[in-house]
Ligand binder design. Structure first.
Ligand code: NAD
Length: 260
């Protein structure tokens, strides 16, 4: 599947899944805006991509929970390349705690990054997509868009919420040529997951090895982590799909942990 010269904005693209998607898009011929909190980190990712694919990556500093920064970042991309064809709203963090100990400030921060971030970035790119009559929005959900786990109230709430947002964008955007879909990864070994292992071990009173084997991979069909490359392939599939037939959908890649 090809993305010849398409302009793709990927948030949280300095690390993990977002970085792998940006690399895969560049390999498929796209121009990619690497949006992340710190300009230096985004620039390092853009430099690495440009080393392999000259002049296709642009670094953009953007806190996705700030309307001002999202609007400024999208304006930078449009000023450089004249369009946004694909948005991957991927930036995210994880905070684990039981509900009764979950700090309200942490709850609000989680919803701000995952939900406000997806809303604000979609809101900012949609007028450009509508003006050209085409576009693809991809929201980074999770198996936790469909399933629940202990300690993850804010994350599960936010990831379920993204399914609703995506379906509304699919309905509003369909007549204007814009698709919206959700990717639902199982556990992928990134900094976001590495941070959770000792935290969950402490909360659940089990070893780190048990967190990985039982909590994270216990319900997969083969005890394997999903990889960033697996998710990048799905992101390419959704971005490059040739028609509006594929919209309002979610696709799970989790080694069979979730089969819905
Ligand atoms: P990661 O920590 O490797 O990368 C997340 C990136 O998002 C970082 O570069 C970080 O700086 C950036 N970020 C955080 N807050 C931001 C903000 N406010 N504005 C802009 N950028 C911000 O994590 P990852 O595992 O690659 O996660 C990426 C997405 O995939 C998240 O939405 C996460 O919920 C989702 N996801 C991850 C897994 C997994 O197992 N790793 C599974 C399912 C879904």
């Amino acid at each position: 599947m090809k993305l010849d010269t398409k302009v793709c904005l990927v948030t949280g693209a300095a690390s993990g899944i977002g970085l792998a998607i940006a690399k895969r898009y560049a390999q498929a011929g796209a121009r990619v805006a690497i949006a992340d909190l710190k300009l230096e980190a985004a620039q390092a990712a853009a430099d690495a991509i440009n080393a392999d694919h000259p002049d296709v990556a642009l670094a953009v500093a953007m806190d996705v929970s700030s309307e001002e920064q999202v609007e400024a970042g999208v304006a930078t991309v449009v000023a450089k390349w004249g369009a946004v064809d694909v948005l991957v709203s991927n930036a995210g963090i994880q905070i684990v705690n039981p509900v009764e100990q979950f700090a309200f400030a942490d709850w609000k921060r989680m919803l701000a990054i995952h939900l406000d971030g997806a809303f604000l970035t979609s809101k900012a790119v949609l007028p450009h997509m509508y003006a050209q009559g085409s576009g693809s929005i991809i929201l980074m959900g999770s198996v936790h868009s469909k399933e629940a786990s202990p300690l993850k109230s804010a994350y599960v709430t936010a990831k379920h919420g993204l399914m609703g947002l995506s379906r509304v964008i699919a309905k509003e955007g369909g007549p204007k040529g814009v698709r919206s879909n959700v990717i639902c990864p199982g556990f992928v070994r990134t900094p976001l997951v590495d941070k959770q292992i000792p935290e969950q071990a402490k909360e659940l009173g089990i070893s780190e090895e048990e967190v990985v084997r039982k909590v994270m991979l216990g319900q997969t069909v083969d005890g394997e982590f999903t990889t960033v490359e697996d998710i990048a392939e799905l992101a390419l599939f959704f971005a490059a799909f040739p028609s509006n037939a594929l919209t309002g959908q979610s696709l799970t890649a989790s080694h069979g942990w979730s089969m819905t």
